[in-house]
Design a binder for this molecule. Structure first.
Ligand code: GUN
Length: 300
């Protein structure tokens, strides 16, 4: 069994982004600048954003975190996004999800300029992705594809079963794997926790991707021998023996399933760090596009 080591691969990607960024700075350009917005005090969101900022520091990006209280008005946030959209010193904007109930996720996502949408969540970028056009890809799905690619796992012709159909992971990863390109061409079945006889579908999988937020949902009798397993779940389980009072587990029963899998991601240290590495790559890509526009010679 091969462990799909997201810590190792994400470190390689971060080193690559760091080298690229150093070359940009040596050319006397300003560094790429990411703005991350958190509304409320969801502890997981605080942790994820802290990891994103630490990664920006590592590669030499500038970053800004804006923390707002849980009772923030949607209109305030949308106005703030409009001002960030037109700020020439900012290349990427992300609003950490989930958001409090009074704020519409759709309104927020549609207000971020597609040119600064580092999460690749804007419907325009979603459509471009579906059409196989250049676009920032949602970081977790992109991280899954990159992890498979760097371990030499080609989805072409394989049966990929995705459990979970969220806008952030399940839906875009299904789209990406079915696309007509070198990391696609798979036969994709998209399931969710309501799928009747889920185990019937998961047992067909050559590659199984699970993103439901249900700890330990996938047991060893639900997979076939030799399956490649990508566990996207990051669930906090109370554990008084740990210093923090909890431990992280995935959506897959690792102990059982790893005895049958040919490849499997650990939790933590699998998909999580890949998401952060791909966010950096998206920020760098949008920065380069932004720079090309703002520094192009005036034709007049
Ligand atoms: N919440 C969980 N995953 C993500 C992500 O990739 N981006 C944002 N903005 N929020 C998230």
């Amino acid at each position: 069994m091969v462990l799909l080591d997201g810590n190792k691969i994400s470190q390689e990607i971060k080193e690559e982004v760091k080298v690229d960024t150093a070359a940009i700075l040596a050319d006397r350009h300003r560094p790429p600048h990411l703005v991350a917005i958190i509304v409320g005090d969801n502890p997981a969101s605080q942790t994820y954003v802290a990891h994103k900022i630490k990664a920006c520091d590592f590669v030499g990006f500038e970053s800004t975190v804006l923390n707002y209280p849980a009772d923030l008005k949607e209109s305030f946030l949308l106005r703030k996004l409009h001002s960030l959209n037109i700020d020439p010193d900012i290349d990427g904007i992300l609003v950490q999800l989930p958001l409090p109930a009074q704020i519409s996720e759709h309104n927020v996502i549609e207000t971020i300029s597609p040119e600064k949408d580092v999460d690749g969540f804007h419907p325009i970028n979603n459509g471009r992705m579906a059409k196989n056009l250049p676009a920032p890809l949602p970081a977790t799905p992109a991280g899954i594809l990159e992890l498979l690619r760097r371990y030499g796992i080609d989805p072409k012709g394989k049966h990929v079963v995705v459990v979970g159909n969220s806008n952030i992971v399940g839906s875009p990863v299904s789209t990406l794997l079915a696309r007509e390109n070198e990391m696609g061409r798979a036969t994709v079945t998209t399931c969710h926790i309501h799928t009747r006889d889920l185990a019937f579908h998961t047992r067909q999988a050559d590659i199984l991707i699970v993103a439901t937020g249900v700890p330990g949902l996938i047991k060893s009798d639900m997979v076939k021998e030799g399956v490649v397993v990508v566990d996207v779940g990051i669930n906090r389980i109370d554990d008084p023996t740990r210093k923090r009072g909890y431990r992280l587990v995935g959506d897959v029963d690792f102990e059982g399933v790893s005895t049958k899998a040919s490849h499997i991601t650990p939790v933590p240290g699998g998909v999580g760090p890949m998401t952060i590495a791909m966010l950096l790559k998206n920020t760098l890509m949008l920065y380069k596009q932004h720079l090309a526009i703002t520094s192009s010679p005036n034709p007049n």
